[in-house]
Design a protein around this ligand. Sequence first.
Ligand SMILES: C[S@@+](CC[C@H](N)C(=O)[O-])C[C@H]1O[C@@H](n2cnc3c(N)ncnc32)[C@H](O)[C@@H]1O
Length: 267
Amino acid sequence: MGAKDTRRNRGTLAHRARYALGHPGRVPAHARRALRDAWLRLRHRDHIAYYRAVMASDAARSAEAAVGHNPSREQWARIGRMQFDYLVRHGLRPHHRMLEIGCGNLRAGRLFIDHLEPGHYYGIDISPHILLAAQDTLVREGLQAKLPHLTLADDLTFAFLPDGHFDVVHAHSVFSHSPLHVIEECFAHVGRVLAPGGFFDFTFDRTEGEEHQVLHEDFYYRTQTLAELAARYGLAAEFMADWEELPHRQSKMRLTTMSDRASTVRP
Ligand SMILES: C[S@@+](CC[C@H](N)C(=O)[O-])C[C@H]1O[C@@H](n2cnc3c(N)ncnc32)[C@H](O)[C@@H]1O
C-alpha cells in the first residue's frame, strides 16, 4: 500500500463536498450514517454510551461490517490475519497472557486464541452485541476448549483485572474511534496490568496535519500527541515503521513501561 494519506482533514465541509462529488454513489449511505449518528449523539452524551449504540446499530446489520468498513468475509479474515501475523512476528508467544481491548467479533482474536495456551486470551469490548457475535465466532471456529475470557467493559481503567498480568495488550481500530480522553484513560491504567517486559500495541488514524474527527466516529491524531500523552503516564512509545508497509490505512504504535525499557517480553 505504501504511504498513507496523512495530511487531509476529512472533517471539513470542503473535503466532504469534494468527496461527495468524486463518489456520488456513496452520498446516500454517508447521509444516512450522519443522520443516525446525530440522533445517537443526542440520546447519548457520553462517548462510550454513544459508540456502544453505534455498534448496536451496525451489528444489527452485520457483525463483520460493524468491525470494519468492508463487510466482505474475505476482507474480515484478511485484516484479522494481518494483525495476527504481524504480532507473532513482533513477539507474541503461546505462553503469553494477552488482553485485547475492543476485541470485536474476534476478527484477529480467533487466531490469537488458537495460538495461545488455554485461558491466556482476555478480550474486552464495550458492546454486548459484538460480544455475542464474538461467541458465535468461537463456536464457528471450534475454540471452546481454549476457554478465552470475553468481558463487557464500561471504561478503560481495567479495575477488575490484576496487576502485572498481561505480557501483550493489543487494540486494533479502537483508538481510531476514540476521543482523546478515552485514550488517556487507557494510558493512565494500562501500565498497571502490564507484566514486566510486556508491551501494548495499538493502531490509530494518523494525521500529519490538523487533528480532527468525523461524525464522532473516526478520530485522527498526530503521532507526537499520543507519544507525549503516553510519556505522561510513564510509557515509552515506539512508532512501528514496518506496519506502514502493510495494506492498512492506520498506523501502529507500541508502548512499554519506562521502568523496563531495556527488556522486551518475557523470553
Ligand atoms: C472497528 S472494531 C475492531 C474490532 C477488533 N479489534 C478487530 O480488529 O476486528 C472496534 C471495536 O472496539 C470496540 N470499542 C470501541 N471503543 C472501545 C472502548 N473504549 N473500550 C473497549 N472497546 C471499545 C467496539 O465496540 C468494536 O467492537
